[in-house]
Write a protein that binds this ligand. Structure first.
Ligand code: SF4
Ligand code: SF4
Length: 472
């Protein structure tokens, strides 16, 4: 029985509620008045229910769909301005005892090379990432209590924060590891992580159980209730995501939004981020075997609808997507992207070779960070390396009111400018420096508060003089 506040996955992601919502959406997809009223509600940044979002997804009217995209662009601009935050994944280990049929790290894949970074190798990877300019990481590791126990992850986090190479520093470590206990989430929180990210993969329980035939991850409810345990363990920034292509996209979008509603209803804090990965080719994985693969246009529409439905959430896209798709998604709602990612264990130091290939998926966007930064600048975006919020204690219910009211912009804009300046001085090519400095001059005028603008200008000078790590 559907109950948004229940602590049981089968209740807050109730299958019959999803099916009823999808049926309602099909029955109302031509209801112009209803769709316009949903768009009006979204325009006020009030968010949308899973049912309202499902109606938008079902809508086939070109004019209304164009209106939807235009509104998503407007909200994106209103909430996030033109800032795009950078992050990079860091793969620690591809040992895994799970059997996810869509992932090359599944336990039955006997020909993939298995690797786990030593602490020296972690240090080397972090130096390589710092030398590119990265400040924010997302840690990735398979689930394996023998090879990658929580103690190993915690040790890696300590190592990462301890590395200070030249002017480099990793200032925020987000973690994407398997569902675990409240006790372990407490330990993760105490290690200083930013966001805890866990992709649901699919909200369709039947599909989930088929796709995860063995291993601890095969327990759908334990996996789906992980974010509740993370919150109970004190992690108040959690990141949701599904792997689009595993089940029908309409079902997934509805489930994803029900999960966001559940977190909001129970903890008063919705998802800090939502990721929108899609199935893509990898070792031992043929995407053609999955019949729900979704086309670019639908994927972009989903990005736009999530932006309307959960306007305050950060939205993340990885290098799974091509440059062209990332460009479209940036306009429609994405606020964070990865750049120059390696999806291999140790791949920032040692480039992949066929024999030792540990990549989790093939990247579509293989440009360098400098190329991606310059690309953003040339499109008028501010590449931001900001990590200020959690370091200033702005997490969970302290962060959400600022995000919802838009007040966070008073911090994001100057922080984006100052962290971009650091990047330009320390890592950028001469061309990117020239474009970036011109952008900074322009963007300083968009800091509304005169006092904040003055401090930012003073800090820019200090950054040129060698000082680092200013933040609001
Ligand atoms: Fe292991 Fe995660 Fe891959 Fe599943 S998706 S096989 S849990 S690494
Ligand atoms: Fe993100 Fe906070 Fe920085 Fe804004 S100020 S970019 S919300 S970390």
């Amino acid at each position: 029985m559907y109950n948004v506040k229940s602590m049981y996955a089968d209740d807050f992601i109730d299958d019959s509620e999803i099916l009823c919502s999808l049926e309602y959406a099909q029955n109302h997809k031509d209801d112009r008045a209803l769709i316009e009223s949903i768009l009006e509600k979204a325009a006020q940044c009030r968010g949308l229910t899973h049912r309202e979002a499902s109606v938008l997804l079902a809508c086939e009217d070109d004019e209304l769909n164009e209106k939807m995209y235009a509104l998503a662009k407007k909200l994106k601009q209103r909430i996030y301005g033109n800032r795009i935050v950078f992050f990079a994944p860091l793969y620690l280990s591809n040992y895994c005892i799970n059997s996810c049929t869509y992932c090359p790290y599944h336990v039955k894949n006997k020909h993939i090379f298995r690797k786990k970074l030593t602490q020296d190798e972690v240090r080397a990877e972090v130096i390589a990432l710092q030398d590119m300019g990265h400040k924010r990481l997302a840690l990735e590791a398979g689930e394996d209590p023998v090879n990658n126990p929580l103690e190993y992850i915690l040790e890696c986090i300590d190592t990462i924060y301890s590395v200070k190479h030249k002017n480099g520093a990793i200032r925020r470590v987000n973690v994407n590891i398997a569902a675990t206990t409240v006790e372990n989430y407490k330990r993760l929180k105490n290690s200083g992580i930013g966001t805890y990210i866990l992709f649901q993969e699919t909200y369709n329980k039947k599909n989930y159980e088929e796709l995860h035939p063995a291993g601890p991850k095969s327990d759908y409810c334990y996996h789906t209730e992980a974010m509740d345990r993370a919150q109970q363990g004190g992690i108040d920034d959690v990141g949701l995501g599904v792997l689009f292509g595993l089940s029908t996209y309409a079902y997934e979008l509805c489930g994803l939004l029900m999960h966001a509603e559940h977190l909001e209803a129970v903890f008063g804090v919705g998802p800090h981020t939502i990721s929108v990965p899609r199935l893509c080719p990898a070792d031992d994985i043929d995407v053609d075997e999955f019949s729900n693969a979704l086309p670019d246009k639908i994927w972009q529409k989903i990005v736009a609808i999530i932006r309307l439905a959960v306007p305050y959430t950060g939205m993340i896209v990885s290098t799974r997507e091509s440059e062209a798709n990332r460009r479209a998604a940036l306009e429609l709602g994405i606020s964070q992207i990865s750049g120059a990612s390696s999806t291999s264990v140790g791949g920032y130091v040692t480039p992949e070779d066929a024999e030792h290939n540990t990549a989790q998926f093939d990247r579509s966007d293989t440009r360098t960070l400098d190329e991606v930064a310059d690309w953003l600048i040339q499109m008028g975006y501010i590449p931001s390396f900001c990590t200020a919020c959690y370091r200033e204690g702005r997490t969970g219910d302290r962060f959400m009111p600022l995000a919802k009211s838009g007040a966070i912009q008073n911090c994001c804009q100057p922080n984006a400018i100052m962290t971009l300046k650091e990047y330009l001085v320390d890592y950028a090519s001469p061309e990117t420096q020239e474009h970036g400095n011109a952008l900074i001059e322009k963007e300083l005028l968009n800091i509304p508060n005169a006092k904040v603008r003055k401090i930012t200008i003073e800090n820019l000078k200090k950054i040129e003089d060698g000082m680092r790590d200013f933040r609001f």
